[in-house]
Design a binder for this molecule. Structure first.
Ligand code: FNR
Length: 369
């Protein structure tokens, strides 16, 4: 991610500081991954067990329909990085694994690539390694519709992720604190972008109100990207102890809370203006294993994004390690579908769910059954 400064004020120093920010993000996100397990809202969701309701994993079809797209698995590599030597290698490794396993993949914020041909190679490597795969570009709110078109073109992207990250920007030393034009800017991009736009948070969640606003401006895909996984408040606080915002610790909602609270515009069959398809709700934030994937699907996500867990896998074990992990996740996800009696991911929404603890309290306070 980046603070989305206009290209006209680019200087060699800001380029250098952008590069070090990208590397800092990877280093600090990875440090969080190695801290060991912690309790999250995923642990507060349970399935009522029905011992005679299972099916055969061989009958399970893991592919998911997302509006005009069909993905082979219900999980994907979420947007992370690019633009420096270290992060180009990470993108390369992620792309090799994505190509091998058919996983859709997003890159990190491409704003640096729009202004700097050298930095752009750290993103285009994804297309080189995965010429036929489903690839998403990534930009932040605050960029122009023309920037969005250029980002899509650079990567020959199938979709463009647009991240809205106001909590991170507030705590980020180089961040903007003026969010007043983000909604109208998003509307311009959605109208002009040659491929579908996926609006996402970066680990603080999209509330019911935010999802309604996105529906109002014609957004068809949203990734709630909630709290409980990679924590960008901590990352930015670690980068700038002199302007510490740790008072905001715990701010935002988890992916499961956002899914349970999502408005009907995103959860029921609606015909879009073009008459073609429904809105598609994606989820991410703190997904550690296939059970978390299945829980998010059961709460209404159509597919699930994974960032920190896959990042750590390529850092520790390279692309082959991620290929192995994805294959294991595919087999285990099929096994969990069978255990829960689901042949397709949409069948999971018929399971019996219980919420406890913090997630249960959120559901009660928001009047969710
Ligand atoms: C991210 N994320 C992110 N998102 C985005 O839209 N643009 C970006 O440039 C970045 N950059 C980035 C760097 C690193 C190192 C990480 C780990 C993550 C956020 C990511 O897509 C996701 O929303 C959050 O990380 C929450 O998911 P996990 O990490 O808990 O699975």
């Amino acid at each position: 991610m980046s603070s989305e400064t206009p290209a006209s004020v680019e200087t060699p120093e800001t380029k250098a500081s952008r590069a070090s920010r990208k590397d800092d993000h990877v280093r600090l996100a990875s440090a969080q991954q190695t801290e060991g397990p912690r309790r999250t809202d995923f642990d507060d969701l349970e399935f009522v067990h029905h011992a005679l309701s299972g099916t055969n994993p061989e009958l399970v079809d893991l592919s998911v329909e997302l509006g005009e797209w069909t993905w082979p698995t219900p999980f994907y590599v979420n947007g992370m990085t690019g633009g420096t030597e270290t992060t180009a290698k990470i993108n390369r490794d992620l792309a090799i694994a994505a190509a091998e396993t058919g996983l859709p993949m997003a890159c990190g914020s491409m704003s640096v690539a729009l202004d700097d041909a050298e930095a752009a190679k750290g993103f285009t490597v994804i297309r080189e390694e995965n010429p036929d795969g489903f690839v998403m570009g990534n930009l932040g709110a605050g960029r122009s519709a023309d920037d969005a078109r250029r980002a899509v073109e650079l990567l020959n992207a199938d979709a463009l992720q647009l991240h809205i990250n106001p909590v991170q920007e507030t705590a980020m030393p180089e961040g903007t604190r003026d969010f007043s034009t983000w909604l109208s800017g998003l509307e311009d991009i959605v109208a002009a972008c040659p491929v579908p736009v996926v609006v996402k948070e970066v680990g603080f969640g999209l509330s019911r109100r935010t999802l309604r606003l996105l529906a109002d401006i014609g957004v068809q895909y949203a990734d709630v990207s909630g709290a409980g996984g990679t924590d960008f408040l901590r990352i930015e606080n670690d980068r700038s102890p002199a302007d510490d915002f740790s008072m905001l610790t715990g701010f935002g909602q988890s992916a499961l809370a956002c899914l349970l609270d999502a408005p009907s515009e995103w959860t029921t069959e609606t015909t879009m203006d073009d008459g073609v398809s429904n809105r598609v709700l994606l989820a991410s934030g703190g997904v550690r294993n296939p059970y978390d994937v299945v829980k998010a699907l059961a709460c209404g996500a159509r597919a699930v994004g994974v960032a920190g867990t896959f990042l750590q896998t390529v850092l520790d074990h390279g692309p082959d390690g991620l290929v192995d992990l994805v294959r294991t996740w595919q087999t285990q996800t099929s096994a969990l579908f069978a255990l829960l009696g689901a042949q397709r991911s949409t069948d999971l929404t018929a399971t019996d769910l219980l919420t406890r603890g913090r997630l249960g309290e959120f559901a009660r306070l928001r009047g969710i059954d």
